[in-house]
Design a protein. Structure first.
Length: 303
């Protein structure tokens, strides 16, 4: 079994409501909980579409984590010993050489260099093929890039998740799933276009009224500002000790948030983290002198 993050006392760990296997409190483990993949220190054979791979628990967890957030900086991951992985050795090199992950770009965090990694299509297929049918929730997994221009911002999401999940764990909440804005926006577009799918003469423009949009947003617990649904960067679904299910919506802001966009995010009521100056491309890029104020995900704004 992986080492588990658990900020509670030894006495609290004995509570029946938090079984060590089914209710893992480690924010790094949740993404692999619904997968039938190795969990131990020794590599085991995993078969996918005519290919065999050798994986150990930390590598399966790394694949699931990267897939859940689409892109993750290498320094934010952990190997089988709980250390930042070495790009050229160990878990990361093993996954890369197997064709399951790929290096996207170098990342400069205030002069501190790291690397951004993403799943390949084969990596995502491995996760999808080994889902447990009766798993409690279905974590979505992604591969490749969607918005290269937002890579520096998106690379901050996993670190913001860790801060959020560890705080929830300190309150005995158990994270069950993370939902990225891609998934929430896809659901919204399906809602907007549902009527057009049944009309051959449709011009593709949504026909939903402002009231219908507001009702949809309320149903999905999303705020509306000036008739526009506001989406967080990601949503953390979790469960409290008494069985209540809840969500926390999280937004990572950057120094480039301006004007109406910044104002609408401020009004939305999301848990907001301010990121420092991250830049894709490394420290030798020109014109980036104003972006290196803080190499870390800095502050959580409360209230």
């Amino acid at each position: 079994m992986w080492d588990h993050f658990d900020p509670r006392s030894v006495e609290s760990r004995d509570r029946d409501a938090f079984d060590a296997r089914e209710r893992s409190m480690d924010p790094r483990d949740v993404f692999a909980d619904g997968l039938d993949l190795p969990r131990g220190l020794e590599r085991e054979r995993v078969h996918v579409n005519g290919h065999d791979y050798e994986l150990r628990g930390s590598e399966a967890r790394t694949l699931a984590t990267i897939g859940a957030f689409r892109v993750v900086p290498l320094d934010d991951l952990r190997d089988e010993r709980g250390r930042p992985p070495d790009r050229w050795h160990g878990d990361i090199e093993h996954l890369r050489s197997a064709g399951l992950i790929r290096v996207i770009a170098p990342l400069d965090r205030g002069g501190q260099r790291t690397t951004i990694v993403a799943l390949t299509d084969r990596g995502r297929q491995l996760l999808e093929t080994h889902r447990v049918r009766d798993a409690e929730s279905r974590q979505s997994f992604y591969h490749g890039l969607v918005k290269p221009r937002e890579l520096a911002h998106d690379s901050q999401l996993y670190r913001a998740y860790l801060r959020t999940a560890e705080r929830l764990a300190s309150q005995d909440a158990r994270v069950t799933r993370v939902v990225l804005d891609y998934e929430l926006k896809r659901q919204y577009q399906r809602f907007l276009q549902a009527r057009n799918c049944q009309r051959s003469e449709s011009d593709g423009r949504p026909t939903r009224s402002a009231g219908e949009i507001r009702d949809w947003a309320n149903e999905h617990r999303l705020p509306v500002h000036e008739n526009k649904v506001q989406f967080p960067d990601f949503r953390v679904e979790h469960e409290w000790p008494d069985g209540r299910r809840d969500i926390e919506d999280v937004e990572v802001t950057t120094p480039h948030y301006r004007g109406a966009h910044a104002a609408s995010k401020a009004r939305a009521g999301f848990t907001t983290f301010r990121s420092g100056g991250s830049r894709v491309g490394g420290g030798n890029s020109k014109g980036g002198g104003g972006r290196t104020s803080d190499p870390h995900l800095a502050e959580e704004f409360l209230g």
